[in-house]
Design a protein around this ligand. Structure first.
Ligand code: C2E
Ligand code: MG
Ligand code: MG
Length: 748
């Protein structure tokens, strides 16, 4: 603007000000520092400029009467001062010049404009001084008529304004560069978003207070359409990771939604919503600002937003990688690794560890569902379970997916307990078109603050879970240290059993069985023996369950069958051609598809009449998987074998299965025979024998130790017996000797 435009004083005042004078904000005025040792100059200047308004702002005056005083004022208010009207000659000839020098060099005030005034015409400072101290104008006092003063002031104010703007932009850009590089080092979405809020607030010179929100779809953790608070500072800081609605601030909710929908920044009167988008990772930053944002700031912010959008994408990609390592993509729950981290972190969250329980929840027969209904149905079921667990337990209980069909829970005892968890599974689950009733098995572990790291706690819960899976009575177990000792012991035993079996150290012993009527030997039961290091034997009652658990029983059982047939053949050849052998069969052997053919070939190989091989199965085997057992037994029965139910009366036989099985014999369990004492009847033993007779089955009494037990069982109508009264189990060599020397007890 050319100063000559303002020749007409009246026009000048109107041009810059067409609104009501009363409304100007004093605090917003341009600060003009008048430095002069002549009091009159102060009042004249004030008078000349009192009505001047530029860009809606009036002038306000600061007065200094010496160079020293001027520097003092500048030291205090330097940032606010727009113009210094500076007398040259005051306490010294060059006092004004010294002020200019010191304010630029010592006080580092480069923005305020300086207008030098001198009373002595002809006393002009060197041109170099004017350049060096960035002095805008130099006038003698007489030169400064009112209109000249006004135009000088206006020109200076404009240049002051421009300098200010340039400097702001420069500082802003500097900040953008710094903050963008700070932010790019940030690897978590939360940290990044907090950084964004803080950086924008600092760009705008506000206290940090804003929210970053993102549409859920662009944040991998969630699938719904909700908008979540990803980062926040100031009053909103507590809402991180919550849904935006939870802020209960309608304006924020509406404006953020609008910003995400319109995909553009919104500059409101007292708020700003900034839009961020990088390759589909969208977010909106809501900032509360006291007043509307000026153009420079808007431009700055836009530069900032575009530079950090890339960072936002990077952070999200990083987050995605982390998710892959720590999140279960199907249920969106933390995976096993993250669950362990959560357990480790629990201590740092300041909660009382001792009140907490970890539960592993295993979905029973999940693989059947997966195989039977397909993987999609299986997946839907797992998602439905995760959701139901979350709804039932709430946010206070932390959850994870630990394995294919195992969920983990961490929470207080009042929520994480077998009853509350069972309740979650009391109604069927919908998985696609299917409605599935689900049962679970639980392993629980109470947390103790001593030395329990996450991995260890998980291990212990797992031990409890495995125990619960094997338990017949309960579907849950709490971890106890003894279990672990037992587990370690069991693993050691299994390892030893495997190697001893491989080294052919297992033995097969035989216990004779007699006809109760004439007490002749009719056969024997083959019983496994495992020699220990001390010359003793580990009981099959101890190691057979371990062999079953580890699957070793399939190989061991095959050997038993083979060995029993071989020895039976030897006995036949040694002059005992009618003897039969009974072999115990465990459930896992039935599951082996080779089982039936294996039995048959053992018989064929050793040339044994099939009816002389008896298979003993316990009731629990029949109950476990009835169909496989029934099918195999029928086939073997058709081949000619005999079949006995072992330990009869101790299991849970349902009569309907008993009738379906092709049985020959019931073995009355030792515990019922034991009840037979002089003068006392044994009710259950009697029932079993009666039942056997009614079903047309033979009966054999186990564990006959006393004569009266034998005679009692005989009176009941029991056919055969086995027990220490006749013989203990013995090695094969001893059996031959025993048979050679045996005399029926009859008549003794
Ligand atoms: P089981 O089939 O009921 O075998 C009978 C058990 O009673 C044997 O114990 C035998 O020694 C014992 N016994 C026989 N008469 C008497 C008696 O008069 N008094 C007392 N107190 N006990 C008597 P053992 O040999 O310790 O076998 C225990 C269990 O181990 C067997 O019970 C059977 O279930 C299992 N087992 C043994 N060998 C094998 C095998 O080769 N395969 C499978 N799957 N299981 C086996
Ligand atoms: Mg048996
Ligand atoms: Mg038995």
């Amino acid at each position: 603007m050319n100063p000559t435009d303002y020749e007409n004083d009246e026009m000048l005042f109107l041009e810059e000000d067409d609104s009501n004078v009363e409304e100007y904000d004093e605090a917003d005025a341009w600060q003009v520092l008048v430095v002069d040792d002549d009091e009159e100059i102060h009042s004249v200047t004030r008078l000349a400029l009192s009505d001047l308004v530029l860009n809606g702002r009036k002038l306000a005056f600061l007065d200094a009467y010496s160079g020293e005083e001027a520097l003092q004022i500048m030291a205090e208010r330097g940032q606010d001062i727009a113009i210094v009207l500076l007398d040259v000659v005051m306490e010294s000839d060059d006092a004004g010049l010294m002020v200019a020098k010191k304010m630029r060099e010592d006080l580092n005030l480069h923005e305020p404009r300086i207008i030098l005034r001198t009373g002595q015409p002809g006393y002009a400072p060197e041109e170099s001084v004017i350049k060096e101290y960035d002095i805008n104008d130099y006038k003698t006092k007489t030169e400064l008529t009112r209109s000249k003063l006004v135009t000088t002031i206006i020109a200076s104010l404009r240049s002051y304004q421009q300098i200010l703007t340039i400097n702001q932009s420069r500082q802003g850009l500097q900040k953008i560069i710094e903050s963008a590089s700070n932010l790019l080092e940030e690897h978590s979405v939360k940290g990044f978003c907090e950084g964004v809020v803080t950086q924008i607030s600092s760009l705008l010179g506000l206290d940090a207070g804003g929210v970053v929100c993102a549409r859920a779809g662009s944040v991998l953790d969630r699938d719904d359409d909700g908008v979540y608070v990803l980062g926040a500072a100031g009053p909103f800081a507590n809402y991180i990771n919550e849904k935006l609605e939870n802020l209960h601030d309608k304006k924020i909710t509406v404006e953020v939604a609008k910003c995400l929908q319109e995909k553009d920044h919104i500059y409101g009167k007292d708020y700003t919503v900034l839009y961020m988008n990088s390759s589909g990772y969208e977010a909106a930053v809501y900032i509360q600002v006291g007043c509307s944002i000026n153009v420079i700031y808007k431009q700055l912010i836009e530069v900032f937003m575009s530079s950090i959008s890339v960072g936002y994408e990077n952070v999200n990609l990083f987050h995605q990688l982390r998710n892959a390592a720590f999140k279960d993509m199907l249920t969106k729950l933390p995976n096993r690794n993250e669950f362990i981290n959560m357990l480790d972190d629990l201590e740092n969250t300041g909660v009382d560890i001792n009140e907490h329980v970890v539960a592993l929840v295993d979905v029973n027969h999940f693989s059947d569902i997966n195989d039977g209904l397909g993987q999609d149905a299986g997946n839907l079921l797992l998602i439905a379970i995760a959701e139901r667990l979350h709804t039932a337990m709430g946010d206070v209980v932390k959850m994870g997916r630990i394995g294919a069909d195992v969920f983990g829970l961490i929470g207080k005892d009042d929520k994480v307990n077998p009853q509350s968890i069972s309740k979650v599974f009391s109604t069927p689950f919908k998985a696609g078109d299917h409605t599935l009733p689900i049962n679970v098995t639980m392993g629980l572990c109470r947390l103790l603050d001593e030395e329990s790291n996450g991995l260890n706690v998980l291990k212990q819960s797992n031990i409890a879970l495995n125990r619960a899976k094997r338990s017949m009575t309960a579907n849950y177990e709490y971890y106890a240290p003894e279990m672990e000792e037992k587990t370690t012991w069991r693993l050691g035993m299994i390892r030893q059993l495997r190697s001893d079996f491989a080294e052919r150290k297992l033995e097969l012993w035989y216990q004779p069985q007699v006809d109760l009527v004439n007490e002749r030997i009719v056969g024997m039961e083959a019983l496994l023996r495992w020699p220990d290091k001390d010359g003793g034997y580990i009981s099959p009652a101890v190691f057979v369950p371990l062999a079953e658990y580890s699957g070793l029983i399939i190989d061991i059982g095959a050997w038993v069958l083979e060995e029993a047939c071989r020895k039976l053949k030897l006995l036949h050849q040694k002059g005992f051609p009618d003897l039969r052998v009974a072999v115990n069969i465990s459930m896992p052997q039935f599951r082996d598809s080779q089982f039936v053919s294996l039995v048959k070939s053992a018989l064929v190989e050793h040339d044994i009449t099939p009816s002389l091989l008896e298979l003993e199965i316990t009731e629990s085997v029949v109950m476990d998987e009835p169909q496989i057992v029934v099918d195999s037994l029928k086939e073997l029965k058709a081949f000619g074998l005999t079949i006995a139910i072992d330990d009869f009366g101790t299991g849970f036989s349902s009569m309907s299965y008993l009738q379906k099985l092709p049985l020959d014999r019931l073995k009355v369990d030792r515990s019922f025979v034991n009840e037979v004492t002089p003068g006392k009847s044994a009710f259950i033993a009697e029932t079993i024998v009666t039942l056997g007779n009614k079903l047309g089955l033979h009966t054999i009494a186990e564990g006959i130790e006393k004569r009266e037990q034998a005679s009692y069982m005989l009176r009941l109508g029991c056919d055969e017996a086995q027990g220490f009264l006749y013989a203990k189990p013995m090695p094969f060599d001893q059996l031959i000797e025993f048979l050679d020397n045996y005399q029926p007890l009859e008549g003794k």
